[in-house]
Design a protein around this ligand. Structure first.
Ligand code: ADP
Ligand code: MG
Ligand code: MG
Length: 245
């Protein structure tokens, strides 16, 4: 049973068909790379998944339920966590406060700060972050901020993690560290949708690839049997260069 199954997802804005019958299935423990030129529909797909837009048609199956439209709250409780390029962490708050922001996490009727920090420390360890629960997020590097967002997703028991061009604002070393974290999270059973323009990331991480163009799937392939390098060659061959490059 796949963690995420999107079928026939369709969404228009005025006369623009941003998504036109898109299918995308991600089993647990797999990284699915989502590629496409600017304007292909990647962000629209992610926003439908996050409940920010109601789709015109199609279904989203996640967390054991099937939705024709889902609210942002339903998306989170179904297990979807989306890390947008513009991170949602609040600079003025600590790492621990950010992780538990918006969650009613109380013990004996009051928020137990120390207990939260202990849980936060465990989550930070799980994503191999080097920051600590009491650090202010505004003082952290982009790479550490992103790990805080991922830790926040894990605190909500996310089973589907969506990363929108996660390395766009990272240094080479931070990008490499993030790739290792993605490999860990895959090994922990998360289903990961990974939006990228970079062949090197597809080759390193992808178990399957979907290419969108004008709201339609123009290429889909899975690693099974072939190597990641062969997967990348197939995409380049069929699409005459990687979309976005
Ligand atoms: P991508 O993320 O692949 O660059 P988008 O999903 O952002 O693509 O955009 C797909 C198409 O939908 C584009 O033509 C874009 O202009 C249009 N679009 C996206 N969001 C909106 C919106 N809120 N209002 C109007 N048009 C939109
Ligand atoms: Mg765009
Ligand atoms: Mg986009």
């Amino acid at each position: 049973e796949p963690s995420l199954r999107i079928r026939g997802l369709t969404k228009s804005f005025g006369g623009v068909r941003a998504l036109d019958g898109v299918d995308l299935t991600v089993p647990m423990g797999q990284v699915h790379a989502l590629l496409g030129h600017n304007g292909a529909g990647k962000s629209t797909l992610i926003k439908c998944l996050g409940g920010a837009y109601p789709p015109d048609a199609g279904t989203i199956e996640v967390g054991g339920a099937s939705y024709t439209r889902l609210s942002p709250r339903e998306s989170i409780s179904a297990g979807v966590a989306i890390i947008f390029q513009t991170l949602s962490v609040v600079d003025a708050l600590t790492v621990s406060e950010n992780i538990f922001l918006g969650q009613e996490w109380t013990r004996y009727g009051t928020v137990n700060r120390r207990a939260q920090e202990e849980v936060a420390a465990g989550l930070l360890e799980r994503v191999a972050a080097s920051c600590s629960p009491r650090d202010r997020v505004g003082e952290l590097s982009m790479g550490q901020r992103q790990l805080v967002e991922i830790a926040k997703a894990l605190s909500r028991s996310a089973s589907v993690l969506v990363l929108d061009e996660p390395t766009a604002a990272l240094s080479g070393a931070e990008s490499d560290a993030l790739a290792e974290r993605v490999e860990d999270l895959r090994a922990q059973g998360l289903a990961i949708v990974y939006v990228t323009h970079l062949l090197s990331e597809v080759e390193r991480l992808a178990d399957a690839v979907t290419v969108l163009r004008d709201g339609r799937v123009t290429h889909h392939s899975a690693v099974s049997g072939q190597s990641r390098r062969e997967l990348v060659k197939a995409i380049v061959g069929e699409t005459a260069g990687l979309p976005g490059d």
